[in-house]
Design a protein around this ligand. Sequence first.
Ligand SMILES: C[S@@+](CC[C@H](N)C(=O)[O-])C[C@H]1O[C@@H](n2cnc3c(N)ncnc32)[C@H](O)[C@@H]1O
Length: 191
Amino acid sequence: MELKADMCRLWPGGTLYGVRCQQSWSGIYLLERMLHSGSYASVVEYGSGHGALSLFLCCWAAQHGLAFQTVERYQAKLACDGGVTDTKALLARLGCVVSDLDCQAQATADAMAALTKAPRLWVIDNGNKPVEAALVAQVADASDVMLLHDYGTEVGDKSAPPGWAKWGPWQAEADDIEAKYLVLKKEQASG
Ligand SMILES: C[S@@+](CC[C@H](N)C(=O)[O-])C[C@H]1O[C@@H](n2cnc3c(N)ncnc32)[C@H](O)[C@@H]1O
């Protein structure tokens, strides 16, 4: 069966674990596969929103021994999104703190890098993704990967920070299933 973008869309109105989610099913599929590649020690999410993707990443991290951090400046979004408990409280029960920090501050990237070990998967789904990616690039390890959401609308090929480039295998997969991510890795120095 051919996978069509329309079949994969969660947003607007769709939920994951009953919580509003701004990804697509194809995005969740890609993340599941990337995480299974076994390459990461930590995951950092910029922009928790209502917390659905945070729950997914947090469960994954808890299950497989990865560190997980998520950042959201407007924490009220995580309060009782149709459930009986707020998502922030649920995340806390799973051992995840939602940091009330500004993703557009260098200090936040510094703090997230200090709290986690490389290789990291940075999931950047915030207010201004190219700006946040440029800040993350200042502290990222050569083994880290950045995933910028909304490729094709908010993010394009020129959104990569200097020294970062599309990461072939996963970018090809994201394009294939219309997962709408720009997948970046640091360019290796030649010679
Ligand atoms: C697209 S939503 C995140 C969606 C979520 N990752 C998901 O998959 O459901 C972006 C979030 O970034 C938050 N945000 C925007 N600018 C921010 C900033 N400068 N610092 C921290 N959070 C910010 C917004 O409040 C919003 O909840």
